[in-house]
Design a binder for this molecule. Sequence first.
Ligand SMILES: Nc1nc2c(ncn2[C@@H]2O[C@H](COP(=O)(O)OP(=O)(O)O)[C@@H](O)[C@H]2O)c(=O)[nH]1
Ligand SMILES: [Mg+2]
Length: 411
Amino acid sequence: MGFFDKIKKAFMNEKETQPAEIETDETQTEAEVEDKVSETQPVEQEMTEQTQEDSFENEEEPKNNLEAESDPLTTVTPVIHAEERVDPEIMEEQAEEIIVQEKYEKGLEKTRKTFGERLNELFANFRSVDEDFFEELEETLIGADVGFDTAIKITESLRQEVKLRNVKKPAAVQNTIIEKMVDLYEAEGIEENNALNIQENGLTVMLFVGVNGVGKTTSIGKLAHEYKQDGKKVLLAAADTFRAGAIDQLVVWGERAGVEVVRGNAGGDPAAVVFDAVERAKAENADILLVDTAGRLQNKVNLMNELEKIKRIIQRELPDAPHEVLLVVDATTGQNAMSQAKQFKETTDVTGLVLTKLDGTAKGGIVLAIRNELHLPVKLVGLGEGIDDLERFDANDFAIGLFKGLLKVED
Ligand SMILES: Nc1nc2c(ncn2[C@@H]2O[C@H](COP(=O)(O)OP(=O)(O)O)[C@@H](O)[C@H]2O)c(=O)[nH]1
Ligand SMILES: [Mg+2]
């Protein structure tokens, strides 16, 4: 099943769970309606509560796990008999998946809403699908930060389809626009490896790079917390020695996550800090070393030289490291994030992106631009300021979060 079908399915399922929709459906008997309402409503309520509590890991009651099974987004809705034993591990996994999906939907709410409003405006302003309509659509897409090339690609492909199918009314192309976007997103992501390169045995070193304020330190703190929770030995290196404040900030995150921070003096040599950190990580058999770096782009040559030096130091100690060089970009900056990524990519071997602050922006469409124009895999996404608000990039969850609410019910 392609992404678009999955989104449609998730969308239709949600529609079904809304009692108002069910009541007006005249093809169903009353008993069926009641059945449906009692089946779906409490689950939805429960889900919201569970997400707020966010406490699945400590949850031992099988009650919640059973309910998680009947999530409207999953395809499985088996009847579970009381006497049947349920594998708690599988149940927990599914519950986790639901929480992640909800985080994505919540994090992408602003993007979805803004883009939806713009699309509505477009449809309200045009009575027929003509050249003006296409031009306006192109602008709407560019405004949604999907990127210039991407906007043109989507519009062009829609133009052809409209001609082929002889469509006249704008409302008839709404789902097709979404479909084109989803298809492009899916096609461009086929070869993409979004997984973090983690060493099963031995130390994994990840370098975090990017300009000031994008969320490097915060993302490191969140990731450190996650690995620590998983029982891994984690070490942080405060190689952003430019400002004392930057070191202190990482130390605070280290305390929050319960992991040690290797630090030097403010103004000191970042490569020396990294050297110490790698030595210590090796001596203590650490699993994960996360390296925070400075990001002064105004001094591009120096910055890149410094990063290269840090990399060389790491490689001398551990030849196949760093295992990830993650470029952190702030989604709220839209096209600026794109140009930062292009610059870094030219001078450093970036292995992936961390896209932060998606929760605070309507620019989530940037993921399309990244896929279509940058060809760097997004590996992590920041969906909030909290310690748990960093997620692995999931192309499927992202597509559903981005597009689901934009579909129209087909007659
Ligand atoms: N809303 C939101 N804020 C974030 C996210 N990631 C980072 N921030 C905020 O962005 C600001 C800068 O982050 P920081 O980690 O200091 O950036 P750095 O200079 O790259 O290390 C801080 O106020 C963070 O709380 C995110 O995913 N969502
Ligand atoms: Mg920082």
